[in-house]
Design a protein around this ligand. Structure first.
Ligand code: ASP
Length: 319
């Protein structure tokens, strides 16, 4: 990220059309490469790190990382093992964004193991940003993705148990969020991000959350850094959380300060905030990482220099 002072200096001087030296100065210094993901997601960040080590870009790293929980049948909030909506359908949302500002997303996609890779194809092979439902599935199949039944027996059992007591009411459950948001800074100093989820468990059929929405569930700006969200998507969407975090970093906040301020917006505007969880995770171009949540219990996984750590996040509400 450009420091505020450097930014002011470069923008002022650029307007005077002072040439080449400035261009060099305007390129932000590269941070140490990293892969960071919401929640304990060691398999994901390490897969992303491997991609960086084998010459992959930040975009390759976040896609490789998100594919790990997507393929895990025991992961009940992303991909293959995802809990269904209240009618028993597993509907998947994902988005991806690179350092050039390209973006792709899928929403309400059924029967495909790797929505993040379909989102990348949307970005790379169509003139659109987002495909949804039957159209997203049609595109995925045309690209060679295989459609499979997705409700695992574990998820089916959980849904059957939910139906006995829930009276068909979608419920806000602060414990039921595990969406993967994953960000990477590569050797070239570029950032990219991805986000993938099966969304809120037992949601209404047709509900789409924040995770596939560029600027809500995830956002990248290579001048600044990247951010992603987890938790109750309705509140992330209503405050355009990831975009807000990136813009706050642009104004000079550290990733930590930016995440705290974005959570503060929700807390200030929505008095029922103690009933739900939202967590943000961000990195800037120097590789500083920050995270903050409403409820205690949020954490993130960071792989840097080949070492992985799971870091508990601070939260607005304390234990
Ligand atoms: N953000 C996701 C959604 O609202 C849910 C989650 O993070 O678990 O769909």
């Amino acid at each position: 990220m450009l420091s505020r002072r450097t930014f002011l200096r470069t923008s002022t001087l650029s307007t005077l059309a002072v040439p080449l030296l400035l261009r060099a100065e305007a390129t932000p210094p590269a941070g140490t490469p990293l892969v960071v993901a919401t929640w304990p997601n060691r398999g994901a960040t390490e897969a992303g790190w491997q991609r960086l080590q084998s010459g992959g870009t930040a975009l390759d790293a976040v896609e490789a990382g998100a594919r790990v929980p997507e393929a895990d049948p025991n992961e009940t909030s992303v991909g293959h093992g995802g809990l269904p909506d209240r009618d028993g359908h597993v509907t998947l949302d994902a988005c991806i964004m690179d350092w050039k500002g390209n973006a792709g997303a899928v929403t309400f996609l059924e029967g495909i193991m790797h929505p993040i890779s379909v989102a990348r194809r949307v970005m790379e092979k169509t003139p659109h940003v987002m495909l949804s439902g039957a159209g997203a599935l049609q595109f995925a199949v045309s690209e060679g993705f295989v459609k499979k039944i997705q409700l695992t027996s574990k998820a089916r059992k959980a849904w059957e148990a939910w139906k006995k007591t829930a009276k068909y009411q979608p419920k806000i459950n602060v414990e039921n969020h595990d969406t993967i948001g994953i960000l990477s800074l590569d050797q070239q100093g570029h950032v990219s991000g991805a986000c993938s989820t099966s969304g809120l468990a037992y949601k209404m059929h047709g509900r789409v959350g924040d995770s596939p929405i560029i600027g809500a569930g995830m956002f990248v700006d290579d001048e600044v850094g990247a951010a992603c969200a987890t938790g109750l998507g309705e509140f992330v969407m209503k405050t355009l959380g990831s975009f807000l975090v990136v813009e706050l970093m642009r104004q000079g906040r550290s990733p930590q300060q930016a995440c705290e301020e974005a959570i503060g917006r929700i807390v200030k505007r929505y008095p029922n905030y103690p009933e739900f969880q939202v967590g943000y995770l961000a990195t800037n171009k120097q590789g500083d990482v920050g995270a903050y949540a409403i409820q205690p219990g949020f954490s993130y996984t960071l792989t840097r220099d080949g070492k992985t750590t799971i870091v508990p996040s601070d939260s607005h509400l304390k234990k």
